[in-house]
Each structure stands twice: as structure tokens, then as C-alpha cells.
Design a protein around this ligand. Structure first.
Ligand code: 3HC
Length: 319
């Protein structure tokens, strides 16, 4: 074996020993390129999900039933945008530029969570998204607070604090509707029926079909598997639905005393694959909205760059 390969093996062994010893990996630390690429993939897609995730709820900003609800929704949507920017900054520490990440999203090279490709048909959907989607995000993101990569873990700690407000306001909307008129309760049940299964897909494919999980678990990027987190979410959410007096749309959902967990039906993985590959109800609309927003903001970026260049030139002249 030549010296270079020897060196690489030693570096990789030292890196894995740090991860095994629960030491955080920081941007300036040596890391295997595949570790770097895995983080860029997952973190940038997480950031894309946050930013695209603003669109479904944005659809109800002008139709919120009261000024109070509108203010809460506005705050939540602004939080999501901030989460996206936070995660783009954390991803940039790995050596990819924001422009490259935006290009990957806009050309379809990068994914974002399938959940945001479903339409928001009634106000109850805003409740269901907060309660279920943000609830699932919290389940996933609490595990990521222990991720081996420092900037990602720290971003998660900050973001999780805001997610709990998102989940509470959504559950409060569902409670208000479930305890409201017959029509409002039916609207809440309809939203639960449409958002339950797509929310379970947020946790990714079954562990047996997850291409990245084994390695991500070894590198402690992932601390729990897709199926473990999905199960955790279901076990926490079913009692919440029962409290609302709403029925989870799964006839196979049943408490399993032996497992100490809920058994549940099979997810429609064909639907999942269709939405991941761009054939969901809103994929084209969401991507067009992001591309239009990016193109529409070009003048702001150009003006900021021109100002920065002028300022730098003045500074250079004065020096
Ligand atoms: N939507 C789109 N793509 C998905 C997906 C989903 N729901 N679930 C899995 N995939 C993709 C993966 O990205 C991977 O494709 P890739 O290799 O091209 O990236 C492929 O399906 C196989 O899945 P794996 O399980 O092997 O992939 P991962 O190990 O990356 O696990 C994950 C998938 C659990 C989503 C993981 O990437 C993760 O934890 N990401 C961070 C959390 C995140 O992105 N959440 C998205 C929602 S953000 C949100 O809800 C914000 C809230 O404020 C509303």
C-alpha cells in the first residue's frame, strides 16, 4: 500500500474514533469527503425544505380567520424562512456556496421534503401542518441536536425551540375546530385524513430501503433510524388525536401491548416515490414559486454586491 493510502486510512480511523467518542466535528477539522458530501446533501435539502415549506402556509396568510391567527401564522412562516437561512449558513461551512445550493434546488438536482408538495385546501390544513408536520420535524430534529457535525447540531438546538411554538399553535387551531361547530370538526377531520400519511413519509423510507441510513448512523449524523423516529412520532401523536376526538385514517392502527407501541398500516411508497420524483400535486408550482422569487430578487442581490464593491474600493483608496 502506498504512503498516501496509509495516511488516508490513519486519518479516517482517527476521525471515526472522534465520532465514536462523541466529539463534535467542526468545520476546520479533517473529515472524509463522503462525510462532507453526506452533510451537504442532507443539510442543504433540510434548508430547501424549510424555505419551500413557507409556501403551503403562505397560501392562507391573506385568508386567516382573524388578525390574531394571521399574526401567529406570519410569525411561524418568518421563523421557517429563518430556519432555512440558518441551515444554508451551516451548510456553507462545508465549502458549498449558497448559489450552488439554490442552483441544485432550482434545477431539480436537490430534493426537499415531499410533505410540502401537498395543497392547503382549508384553514384546518394550517392547523394540521403545525400539529403534524412540525410535530414530525421536532421528532426528527431533536435527534439531530446530537449530530456529530457541530454547526448542524447547534442549528438544530436553536430551531427546535421555535418548532415547539409551531406545533403548539397548530394543535391549538385543531382543538378550536374540533371543539367548534359540526362543520369545523369535519374540516379538522378532513385535514387529518389528508395530512396523516404524507407526514409519516417525512421520516424517509423504511430502514431496509434507506440507502444512506447505515453510514449516517455510523458517522452519528443520524442518531435514530427512520423507522424508530416514525414510530416515536406515531406513539406520541395518536393520543393527541384521541384527545381532539379525531380519528387517525388508518384502520390497522392498534396499540400493541407486547411492543409497547402502536402497530400501523403500510405507507403508500408508490405515492412517496412519485412525489419525490416530482409528480406530486404541487411540485411544479412550488419549484416555480421558488425560481420566480429568486429571479425577482436578483436586483436586490446585484445592488448589495455593487454597494459592497464600491465600499471595498473606497476602503482600498483610503488605505
Ligand atoms: N422527501 C423527500 N426526499 C426524501 C424524503 C422525503 N420525505 N425522505 C427521504 N428522502 C430521500 C433522501 O433525501 C434520500 O435521497 P438522496 O440520497 O437523493 O438525498 C432518499 O430519499 C433515501 O432516503 P434515506 O433515508 O436513505 O436518506 P437520509 O438518510 O438522508 O434520510 C431524512 C432522510 C430522514 C429526511 C434525513 O435526510 C433527515 O433527517 N433530514 C433532515 C430533516 C429534514 O430534512 N426534514 C425535512 C422537513 S423540514 C421541516 O419540516 C421544517 C418544519 O419547520 C416544518
Amino acid at each position: 500500500m502506498d504512503a498516501r493510502t496509509d495516511d488516508l486510512d490513519r486519518l479516517e480511523a482517527e476521525f471515526q474514533a472522534k465520532v465514536d467518542a462523541e466529539q463534535r466535528i467542526e468545520p476546520k477539522d479533517w473529515m472524509p469527503d463522503r462525510y462532507r458530501q453526506t452533510l451537504i446533501r442532507q443539510m442543504s435539502q433540510h434548508a430547501h425544505s424549510e424555505v419551500v415549506g413557507m409556501l403551503p402556509e403562505g397560501n392562507w396568510l391573506t385568508r386567516a380567520p382573524s388578525l390574531k391567527r394571521k399574526a401567529i401564522l406570519m410569525a411561524k412562516i418568518q421563523d421557517e424562512g429563518g430556519h432555512g437561512l440558518y441551515l444554508y449558513s451551516a451548510t456553507e461551512t462545508l465549502g458549498i456556496s449558497r448559489d450552488e445550493m439554490f442552483d441544485q434546488l432550482h434545477t431539480g438536482k436537490a430534493k426537499y421534503s415531499t410533505i410540502f408538495n401537498y395543497p392547503t385546501l382549508t384553514w384546518a390544513d394550517v392547523g394540521a401542518i403545525g400539529w403534524l408536520v412540525d410535530g414530525a420535524a421536532i421528532t426528527n430534529q431533536i435527534a439531530l441536536c446530537r449530530c456529530s457535525y457541530g454547526p448542524y447540531a447547534r442549528a438544530m438546538i436553536r430551531i427546535c425551540k421555535e418548532e415547539s411554538f409551531h406545533q403548539r399553535q397548530g394543535y391549538e387551531i385543531m382543538m378550536t375546530m374540533a371543539q367548534g361547530t359540526k362543520e369545523q370538526k369535519e374540516m379538522a377531520q378532513d385535514a387529518l385524513n389528508r395530512w396523516w400519511w404524507p407526514t409519516l413519509m417525512m421520516f424517509g423510507p423504511n430502514d431496509s430501503n434507506s440507502a444512506n441510513s447505515a453510514q449516517s448512523m455510523k458517522w452519528k449524523i443520524k442518531r435514530q433510524s427512520n423507522d424508530e423516529l416514525r414510530q416515536k412520532f406515531i406513539d406520541a401523536t395518536v393520543p393527541q388525536a384521541e384527545y381532539l376526538g379525531l380519528k387517525i385514517p388508518d384502520d390497522e392502527l392498534k396499540w400493541n401491548e407486547e411492543r409497547g407501541a402502536y402497530d400501523f398500516g403500510e405507507i403508500d411508497w408508490d405515492e412517496f416515490k412519485a412525489v419525490v420524483s416530482g409528480n406530486g400535486l404541487c411540485n411544479r408550482e412550488r419549484l416555480k414559486a421558488r425560481i420566480d422569487a429568486h429571479d425577482g430578487g436578483k436586483w436586490v442581490r446585484d445592488a448589495a454586491l455593487a454597494y459592497a464593491a464600491k465600499k471595498a474600493a473606497r476602503k482600498a483608496e483610503a488605505a
